[in-house]
Structures are given as C-alpha cells and as structure tokens.
Design a protein around this ligand. Sequence first.
Ligand code: BGC
Length: 943
Amino acid sequence: MASLTGAWAQPAPSINSGGIVNAASSAPGAPVAPGSIASVYGNFLLSAPSWALGIPLPTSLGGLSLAFGAVEAPLLYASSGQVNLQIPWELAGQPPAVTATLAGQTSAPQTVNLAPFAPGIFSMNGQGTGPGAILDSSYHLVTASNPAAAGITVILIYCTGLGAVTNQPETGAAAPSNPLAVTITKPSVTIGSVPAQVLFSGLAPGSVGEYQVNALVPSNAPTGDAVQVILSIGSATSNAVEIAVQPPTPDQRADQLLTQMTQDQKIQLVYGAVGTATASTRGGAGWVPGIPQLGIPDLYLADGSVGVGNGVGPATALPSSIASAASWDVSEAYKYGSVIGAELRAYGMNVNLGGNVNLIGREPRDGRTFETKGEDPILAGKITAAHINAIQAQHVIGGIKHFALNDQETGRTTADVRIDERGMRESDLLAFEIGVKDSNVQSVMCSYNLVNDVYACENQHLLNDILKGDWQFPGFVMSDWGATHSTVAAALAGLDQEQPDNAFFGSLAQAVSSGQVPQSRLDDMVHRILRAMYATGLFDYPAAITPIDTTGDQAIAQDAEEQGAVLLKNAGGQLPLNAAAAKSIAIVGSHADVAVLSGGGSAQVVPTGGPALTEGYPCPPCWAQVIWDPSSPLQAIRAMAPNATVQFDPGTNPATPAALAAASQMAIVFVSQWTSEGMDLPSLNFTDAIHSPPIDQDALVAAVAAANPHTIVVMENAGAQVMPWLGSVSAVLEAWFPGQRGGEAIANILFGAVNPSGKLPITFPASVNDLPRPVIATPPDSTTPFPVDYSEGFNVGYKWYDSQGLTPLFPFGFGLSYTTFSFSNVAVVNNPTSGNPNFQVTFKLTNTGYVAGAEVAQVYLAFPASTGEPPKRLVGWQKVFLQPGAAEQVTIEVDANDSSHPLSYWDVNSNAWLIAPGVYTVYLGNSSSSASLVTAGTLQIGS
Ligand code: BGC
C-alpha cells in the first residue's frame, strides 16, 4: 500500500460554497460590500483559533490568508471553520472570488456576491433586520423598553462598510496600511425617513471591527417601537434596522433646555416679578417673565378656585368648590374644573392658583371654607384631583394649596400648628397626597403658617421629605404670596419659586456663588419649573387669547349647583313645590330679587355681566369686596310659577316680611353668610358680616316661620351652620355660594325640575361647643408665632364627632332627595385573607319612589381596635342615578393600593402606611350617621 508523502499530501483549505456572509447586514448569500466586515465559512485546517491583536489588521492569521485576486483581506479572526475579515476597499478590477491559502496550498475560488460599496448596520438578529445594534449614550440598547426621545437622544449606530475618504474603492488606489483606522466618510442618517444630524463617525472606541456613527434623533422623527434607521453614503444605502422612538418626556426636555441657560436666566425663573417696572400680569396675581430667546413663555398666574379670579376679567362665577365636592361626583367635578381651565386659557393665564384642599373640618368657621372640598381627605382629594386634571387638560399648570395645615385664617401668617406625624399623614396631608398623586399636578403652594415650629415654605419635612420624597412630586413648590421667610433655608428645604416677588430669592444667586446653596439645587428648581411647563403643554400649545364660552360655561355652573345643593329638611314633603297649585309666594332676604352671594378674597370671581350688587369691604378682612352675582332667584321662581303672585321683601326688618309671609301661601327665606379669605366667622350662626348694624337673620327666619308654617329656607353660605330655627321651618336647602346661575338652579330644585342629590362634604355640628376648639386660637400680635394645637390629630370632621360621641345637627354625607332608595342584597366579596387586601361591596340599589333621582352610596370601614383608628373612615362611594322603580346592581371597589390608603394606617415606627391584621367591619349607607348605615360584612386580614 502506497504511503502519502510530499507537499501534495498536505490538503488545501477550502471555502464553503456561498459561505461568505456580511457580518452586519446580510443574510447568508446576500451581497457583501467593500469595507464591510464579513464572515467566511469553510475548512481552514487551523488547529487553534487566533485573533488580530490590533490595528493595523494582519493579512495572515495562523498562517492563513484570504485573497480577492491579488488583494489580501485584513483579517480579524481565524479558526478552523470561520474567518472574519474586512472586504478590502480596493476590489475594483479584481475577480469577484475569494481563495484561502495555508502553507502554500490554495483553495478553490468561491464566488463572492459583491455589492456596490455600501454601509451596513449591525442588527441584533444577525440578519440585518429588526432591532439594530444601536445604543443610547448610556450604552443601553434603544428598544421598546428604552426608547429614544425625539429631539433629545443621541444614538450610537454600530456599523460597517463606511469606506475610506482617502481610499474610495472606486479609485483603485492602494489600501492604507490600517484600513479600519482611517478617516471615514461621514454617512447620512435617516431615522424614520427624517434626516438626522450626524455628530460623529469613526471607529468604534476599542474596536477593530466596527464603526460607530452618532446621530441625534430628530425632533420630528416618527414615534413607535420600530422606527427604521438607514445609513447612506452617496447613493449607497445600508440595510434598515429598527429603534424605538418616543416623544421626549418633560424631564428630558427640561434637562436639555437647562443646558442652554445662563445662571441669570435660571435665577429669573425662580421668583415672581410683580412690582417691577416691567410687570405685566394680565390682571393675575403673579407673573414670571419668560426668556424669549430660549422660547420660554412668561408665566401668568391667576387664582381660580371657583372660577377665574383676581383682576383678570369677567369670568363664569361657579358655585363654591365645596358645592362641587357636595356632588360626590368626580365627573361633575371634572366639568367644573374644565370651566376654570378653559377660561384661564382664554385669558392667556397659564398657571392656576387653585386646588384649595385644606381640611376645614377642623375649623368650619374658616373664612375660606367655600374654596375647599370639605372635611374628608378622600372626598376632598379626589374632587380636587378631578378639578386639576381638567385644568391641566387645558394646558394650564394646575396647583394645589395651601401646603399644609392652613385651616384657619385667624393669624394665618403666624399660626404655629402643632400636630403629630400620624395625625397629619392621615388627615390634611392625605388630602394633598391623593390630590397630588391622582392628578399629576405640577405646582404646590406652600402655606403662610408654621407647622411644628417651622414655616411651611421652609419646612424640610413637609417639602423635601414628604412631598418630593415620599410622594415623588415632580413639579415645583411656590410660596403663598409673601410666605417666604428666608433664602438659604427655604431653598434647601425645597421651595422652588418665591411669589409674588424676590424679597428672599433675589439673593439666591449670591447664595449659590458662595456655596450656601448648591448649584445642583438651583438647577433642580429650574428643572422642576420647566418640566411643569412642558408637562402641561405650555411650550407646545402657546397661549391663544380668545373670548370665553359664556353660555356653555354658565350651563356647567348651573349644573354644578343643581348637583351640589343639599336638601337638609323637607317636612311633610313640602318640596318640591307644585307650580300649578302655587298661588302666592313670599320671597325674603339676601337680595334674592336680583342676586346670589359669592365668597370673597383671592378666589373672588368678577362674574360675566358684572356684579348685580357690591357691598363694600367688610372688616375683617378689610380688603375683600362683597360681590353679589347676577342671578335672581325671584325671577327664576316667578318663571317657574307664572300663575302665582310672587312678592319680595328685603328682610332688613323682620316685621314686614312676617306680614308678607302671613298673607302668602308659603314663604321662601334666603339667608346668607358672607365669608372671605383673611377672616374667620365669629360663630356658626347666620351672623351678618356685611352690614352695620348687622341683620339678625336667625330672628328673620324665626319671625317668618312663626307667621307661616310653610316656610322654606334657602342658605347661601360657605359651610357648616347652626340653625336655631330649624324646628320651626318646613324645608331647608343648602345652596352654598351658588354661582351666577344659582337663582335658576335653586328654582329648579324648589319646583322639582331637578331632584336634589348633593350630600354634605362637611359635618354641621349642633354647636360651636362641639368643635375641637370652641374658641379659635388668636395671635398675640401680628408677628409672633402662636401655637394652634391640633391635638385631635386625624379626628377631623365626622371622625371627631364619632370619637367624642357627639351627635351633629346634620352628619357628613347627608342629603335628602325627592325620591327614596333602598339597598338590598348587600355583601362584601373577595374577602381577603392575606396578601391582596382588596374588596368589593356589592348591593342592589332601587329607586323606590316616584321620580328619577340619584343616591350616593357610601362605604365606611371600621378598623381593628388595635390600630387606634377613628371609629370609621370613608373608603369608597358611588353616585347612582335611577329612574323611578329602577334598580341597579352596584359594586364599590376598595383597593388597598389606591392613593387614599383605604386599608392602612400610618405607622410612626416604620414611617410607612401599614395594613394591620385583624377584623374590619364594612358599613354601607347614605350618610356617616350610624343610623343610616348597615353592616355590609366583615373582613379578616391576616390571622
Ligand atoms: C392666598 C392664595 C392666593 C394668593 C394669590 C394669597 O393671599 O392665600 O390662596 O393664591 O394670595 O392671590
């Protein structure tokens, strides 16, 4: 047998047929272009793999070389089965075939499918399709889970085949010794067909095999998870790979803008410029001049709790915010907020100073009660969030205020509220927490008062720890007007913008340059203000001043009043009045011939059409005007009862209206209680804060009721009242400050065109002696902080009366209807045993009366005694409209993860909301009074 010896005995390397693959962009067999990185598969007879160790690339690895005609290819890697190489630039004139040579033995040539010179982008699937090997500047893949931000993100495109400037393949010139390190042609980049700015192209750092092209994703690039990226050089284009692109977030846009700002420009945004020579407030309460060269618009700040306030211009006077809360209907509340937002925008105002969510149940004599949403943190928080969502939908920055515990006006700038951590977390702060979390509100106004010895606007615990820390509030904190007391302390504690001027933040630049306030803190302030502007669309939807929609907005105002008025008493079915049977009606008091009352102070709206009447500037507060809105209950009642004789008496002297009432079939007495920012009421009686001498309205009602048993009282007031005459009148309607369609709404309710469905968002106590503080704490002087002891903690409103065993005049959640409802088949389901403490209360609600109407089904929860919680807490509700005789199966969901923490208590040891094990009792009914609640079931949580 012959033995094989000699050179011919050494086998030649071989290349697989079709075994040349563009490593970046091509599927097997697809063309490869000069300059691109390719893999060649075959049998290369190498015993061990070897790698190029750097630039220049070798043309031989382990003795193996690959050549295109006479041109040897630069090699990156060689093993027995695979060689990675760069297709040489200078292939022009060479055969489209490749051979491998090892130890003098050369393979048969394999045809190469040579493409014209073209770049290729590496892809993640190795097929040149799908997601590309494209990173952001943090070296994370740009895919759906990490999208690029249009206009912001610079993407790093890893690619090959970019060619050499000095050595274009077309020239046929000799290859440079270091083909991968040469200056390369700068390719063009399109992202979603939109040309992108190319910031860099070159060898990928640390790589011998890849190029990198950096490009800015254009701001007008299409968005989505599969936006195509294509490189081109001249007419040669790459494969298309995909990245995910999203619009930039407000934070990303703010960061980018911040990089372009000078220190002076930054400082300009952190305080108001009211009072400066150039001030131009458009009639609002505040103004922050913008920076036109950077496209930053001016901020125009206006109050707007019950409609557009300040001197902005005539606006729709909505009923009080507390009336909106009394609807217990977040979709109604959204409509209410939309009027404020739309009218602010129409006037060119872009920041709303609204969202008063102070829990005045602690102090129902508070003069600002009409601006608030009552005493319960959950109801108040949810209604406020609905208002803010609607306002911000109009591209107006919403606000929530006054943070925090600003529950009395007496000595408001020096009141030092003392309260324990759990007490505030579960009461006033909870209302803010819900408002902030459920609305994405972009500004928070810190309050005048001190909290536990520290001014609210420099209160590290309130601002940094709780608001920005625990709740992750991303927007900015502005001071109430003149509530800033320091530069460094306030800046470090979390205040972002001083209003209305720069009494303290005027020195901020100095504080930063001296190192007392870090530059990063100033940048954070500006970032927060800019991100708020981006988040609400101030850049993208510039102000467009237009007329307001008077008719549409007034219709919403009337609807809000009709949904929010609360029928408190209706003895013997006195209401609704029968228009056909009504022969003579006496209307008494409160300028009901021409107007309805509104609340005073910064929330004051100048109604469209102008006030019906103004009555000076009562003292206190000595600066707020009394404005009566142009809506005549008398006329509206006459319109409802055209066949009746309807006469008016102003009620200034009880004798004459009593005579009119005696001669009439029925009497309707309008009693009113003006209140304002800057004052608290001396009592809960209908005192008269406007006239001197005051009109004794309690005596007026008593006199009329004595003259006619069919006496109906309509109350125009802010909140809780005591009613010494209650037993002698037949019906009472709480109309709140009813807004400029109040007369029409009241008449509709009195005559049954609208069935009342409002429920009290505030307890009416039997006496001021039942309040946590029968006497309001008063300041010793105008400058010395004085303690206001909130020792009742979280026991605000009904929780207070429950905990003290006090029976109120009217309970929280109470309100009558012209129909009746029944609850049946009441059950608690998904009774949790552990882990997932959510539950539903299910029941059938039936309208058992004769007219259509709405009931507010309320769910209260009693916690295990071990928690020390109040006797019960509102945890859910639903307002249900039903035709007479109709029934609906209703489910009220209570979710432990809701922003209202319905199943948790604040644990001071772990500084967290915790769910305690034990037995919980679930109540269902139509007010917080035990008498109106049934036990829906119990829950056992834990063991
Ligand atoms: C009030 C704020 C109001 C501000 C601007 C202050 O007196 O407390 O609620 O937003 O003035 O009008």
